[in-house]
Ligand binder design. Sequence first.
Ligand code: FDA
Length: 402
Amino acid sequence: MAETVDVLIVGAGAAGLMCAIEAGRRGRRVLVVDHARAPGEKIRISGGGRCNFTNTGTTVANFLGENPRFAASALKRYSQHDFIKRVDQAGIAWHEKTLGQLFCDDSAKQIIRMLVDDLRAAGATLKLNTGVDAVQRSGDGFEARLSDGSVVRAASLVVATGGKSIPKMGATGWAYEIARQFGLRVTETRPALVPLTFETGLLEQLLPLAGVAVDAVVSAERKDAPPFAEAMLFTHRGLSGPAILQISSYWREGEAIRADMAPGVKVFEALKAAKEANGKQALATALGHIIPRRLADSILQREGLQTPGREGKLAELGNAKLQALGAAVNGWTVKPVGSEGYRTAEVTLGGVDTAALDQRTMAANAVPGLFFVGEAVDITGWLGGYNFQWAWSSGWVAGQSC
Ligand code: FDA
């Protein structure tokens, strides 16, 4: 015997839980299935365990995709302020860390508990450790065969299975398979918000810098890529840190990125002034006043201005050399060879084509009753709470109409 519900939601992550709560509150019979052992696993590990659950400044400008403006409707109907109100009502204490990023004071688990409590109160059912083996059209709705052998019929099917990042946590490309099965286009997908890697030669040169962090303004070649002013971290594989994760969403293989590692300081002019004041000063000391000393040493070695056992002095450098040094710090240009991939990427760029969806409801235009929400859709946020806000907003609007 098949079980019949109004709404079958596949995926109990941020977007699926939000959708289930809203549909349940409308009196819809809702079943949420997830193949994981617990709901909201990515919420649990997010923000270093404190969940950067939204960003106070969220606008469509913080999103990528073939048509980021698609997100405007959902973000307006259920905004960051709505989610903050909800968090406040649940008595969860939070703080702004930086750049409008809001984190729980205590634990990301509080957000999961709030959502699961709301889901239960709304009368929705959550079935864990359960995947979906097959889905097909059945009358005006859908029929799904679950991994436990049971069959579920539903008028609405909401696909909330997220993207491909962190496969170890159960991420799959299921949403894309279902989209294709029902004739919806899927845009190119790739890891985003991900550390970038270097080829072996460059890596060997830069390995002594592993662990060094520097405030930087990082930019990419693409014209629509904004510069990101955040921390950059040298790693054993290449570069990481918020500025690099941000730019990774805009970077493509074969392209360079550019980092100003002393934002706000014109290094050439600062060194020239230091030379005029005291030419006997060691170059590394002078540069070490502007950037971390290990980074200063590495740049001086790369520029041939410092060899082991011999420290250069400011007075030895003419303007041309000082200018080259300034450019190496204020405009370091480097070509990453790749990224760390889905293993560590925070999100998947690309996904279900927004042209196939209704921006007010997240429903597929050509398949009545089929909805896609959250990261599965070709809407990807910057680092900083934007991806959860998209999950809340898209899940909420789908919950009003599924
Ligand atoms: P999500 O991935 O959350 O949920 C999908 C659910 O579907 C999962 O529960 C999964 O088990 C299930 N599923 C998948 N395939 C299935 C299948 N075939 N059958 C059944 N179930 C299936 N964002 C942010 O705004 N602030 C932050 O602090 C962070 N931090 C962060 C840290 C790390 C380490 C990562 C990896 C990601 C972040 N993010 C983030 C991004 C954020 O976690 C992400 O954008 C949202 O979780 C997306 O929500 P969804 O509900 O769309 O998918």
